[in-house]
Design a protein around this ligand. Sequence first.
Ligand SMILES: Cc1ncc(COP(=O)(O)O)c(C=O)c1O
Length: 422
Amino acid sequence: MSTLAIHGGPRAVTVEPKECWPAPKEEIKALVCRLIDEGVWSKAGAGLALEFENAFRDYLGAGYCLSQHNGTSTLWSAYYALGLGPGDEVLHPGYTWICSISPAIHMGARPVFCEIDPQTLCIDPADLEKRITPRTKVINVVHLYGNVCDMDAIMHISRKHGIPVIEDASHCHGAEWDGRKLGTIGDVGAFSMQGEPPGGKPICGGEAGAVVTNRRELYERILFFCHLNRAGMAAEFTDETFHAMAPTNLGLKFRAHPWALAACLVMLGSLDERNAKRAAYRHKIERGLEEIEGITPLRQYPKAKPAGFYGGMHMIYHPEELGGLSADAFVAALHAEGVAMTQRGFELTHRLKLFAEGYDLYGKGGPLAGDYAGYPAGSLPVTEEVHPRILVMPTYIEENPGYSDQVLEALKKVTARYRDLL
Ligand SMILES: Cc1ncc(COP(=O)(O)O)c(C=O)c1O
């Protein structure tokens, strides 16, 4: 085997890491142009916006779907639907994206961060249950990077304690648990549709999102919260108070731009095919990893069908299998070989300054001030220990031919010659 590239040897990877799947830009342009010509610049509850909501609802097998202007606002409306308010607590993983929990603090609620399972990177149900208090109002679980939370354990805890569940399904469009689409198992499912293909959310329209539920009363609460002036809304309300206050409701308008939903509708059309191709790419790498020391793929539960795969393919590094070689040194050697690999993914949410130290949101107290204890280093030892050992590689719908073979060769080369790096 040749000298490591970091020591001057030839690079194992010569194929450029790039996505070869042609994004359906022409189809999106045609649909957006049609809307422009038809004068559809701001419309909700009718036309294409409604078409997208119905199509996504049916795709998921959900009862109700509302499109919104981003994923953050779908979480906000989910928290509102579940009655979150000042003094309440939300259980949430310590490793995810801030916008999954940030709406809760602006409603006066306090985040209670939970450990992740170091083998799945998703919330650890056993740790979550230990953190329930009389103030716990909502459990928010994030199917991180398209990996699936243990929904049986989470829904069991939810029912046992009478605490509703939000599924943040922003990364996992199309993923399933026991044959049911994620986002439809908890009380409310929230989906970001931010970004552009191929790196954005699996269904993306620049800035957009969708929220789903099977419960009529929660659907009406979301409508009431932030869908001011939606076409036909007043007639939809069975709640008399909401009906009497429509169409201005609470004065909030979080609806999506119809041009963004045009892109989402086109992207929905190829979701299953793209998921299948990315899953095949991941499986190929996972099979290759079986012969390679020092790295393991994430564990998947038997009932889980991961999909979406936003944020790439995450793996766990085990330095003890490579003589204690640091993750930094390992990744540097792979970079030199031409492997597109990074470490950590998201920063730890509980360790962001906002949550670690707290902040007086309104200048007169609030959920992150007063008796808020914060999250100093060591607060979530399991999550903090695994974090620097998280390795991230891109996945491809259609890889540049030969790239993954060379990546596996590079991994074999570096792990076989790890002693040269010590
Ligand atoms: C897990 C998760 N939840 C929520 C969001 C917020 O979505 P948006 O950026 O569309 O507001 C994101 C955004 O990336 C996310 O990754």
